[in-house]
Design a protein around this ligand. Structure first.
Ligand SMILES: NC(=O)c1ccc[n+]([C@@H]2O[C@H](COP(=O)([O-])OP(=O)(O)OC[C@H]3O[C@@H](n4cnc5c(N)ncnc54)[C@H](OP(=O)(O)O)[C@@H]3O)[C@@H](O)[C@H]2O)c1
Length: 285
């Protein structure tokens, strides 16, 4: 792991709390790293594109962040890589107070047999990747208690809207977070499901909303980073961000038939754009 030191005028990060953020090289992960470093955390920023992580670490240091950013290579599909990160954090930092399982990919529509491998890949990164990280870090989290896992799931994992494998992976993350929360509470570990709505990022450019009234529903990754920071401060177990999506989540559970009618209408533009993409790619192949 490679540390980029904060500037000399920055505050003393010697007693900083230790956070690990996966999927830290762009979008929500990047914004979360910068936010936590600004607040004084020592942040281990992990992903595959380490050149991007080094730029993020340099920009945290240049902005005068009180905490420091340590760059680490991680592929959440590979248990050897995940175990190596947990071992390095234990030996180099001695603790992990916060694990943010954020690495994730979109896609995974299932329209035919040819889509299966891509759908399984989505489950492997989003759900199995989270499971691997939780398994590799649990002993260190327990030794560092009170500590916390924040799993970046999605409102898709509450509402059932979106590409099938993606939605399944996020429902899985929600269930995993609830079950682990119950199982690990006695060990001093809070497990949080953090469910973002539409966020404009590299992997999720939200082009379907461009030029439509729905563009107002799309927020920047800093909004979700602020929600991560709040959840870490308050040790909240469930967070919906932006918070107004919460109304839809409640509606989906207390008035499911009404929700289904509204959801079909509201999901029209996204589904039409997905169908258009599928038709174009079939015409091109
Ligand atoms: N944007 C949204 O609308 C939205 C809404 C709800 C939930 N989310 C969730 O938020 C999380 C972050 O997504 P984002 O929107 O910030 O997208 P993003 O900018 O594309 O970021 C995805 C991150 O995941 C990392 N990643 C992908 N595969 C990985 C792997 N095998 N091992 C390790 N890291 C991997 C990527 O880094 P490398 O490629 O460098 O490894 C990248 O840092 C995802 O879990 C996503 O499902 C997003």
């Amino acid at each position: 792991m490679q540390a980029i030191e904060p500037p000399a005028h920055a505050g003393d990060a010697g007693d900083a709390r230790i956070a690990v953020v996966t999927g830290a090289s762009s979008g929500i992960g990047e914004a979360t790293v910068l936010r936590l470093a600004r607040e004084g955390w020592t942040v281990i920023a992990a992903a595959r594109r380490t050149d991007r992580l080094e730029d993020i670490a340099r920009s945290a240091a240049a902005s005068g962040a009180r905490g420091r950013v340590v760059v680490a290579t991680l592929d959440v599909r590979d248990i050897t890589s995940v175990d190596a990160l947990a071992t390095a954090v234990r030996s180099e930092h001695g603790a992990c107070h916060l694990l943010v399982c954020n690495a994730g990919v979109g896609g995974g529509s299932l329209n035919g047999r040819g889509d299966l491998d891509a759908a399984l890949d989505v489950l492997d990164v989003n759900l199995a990747g989270t499971l691997r990280c939780c398994a590799a870090f649990v002993d260190l989290l327990a030794a560092s208690a009170p500590s916390q896992v924040i799993n970046v799931a999605s409102v898709a994992g509450k509402l059932g809207l979106g590409p099938s494998a993606y939605v399944a992976s996020k429902f899985g993350m929600v269930g995993l977070s609830e079950a682990l929360g119950a199982a690990w509470r006695a060990r001093g570990i809070t497990v949080t499901q953090l469910n973002p709505g539409f966020v404009h990022t590299e992997g999720f450019p939200q082009t379907w909303a461009t030029g439509t009234p729905a563009a107002r529903l799309v927020v920047g990754p800093e909004v979700i980073a602020a929600a991560v920071s709040r959840a870490a401060r308050r040790r909240t177990e469930e967070v919906t961000s932006p918070h107004w999506y919460r109304g839809l989540v409640v509606l989906r559970h207390v008035a499911t038939p009404l929700w289904r009618v509204l959801a079909r209408a509201a999901d029209g533009p996204r589904r039409r754009s997905e169908e258009l993409r599928t038709r174009r790619s079939q015409a091109g192949s």
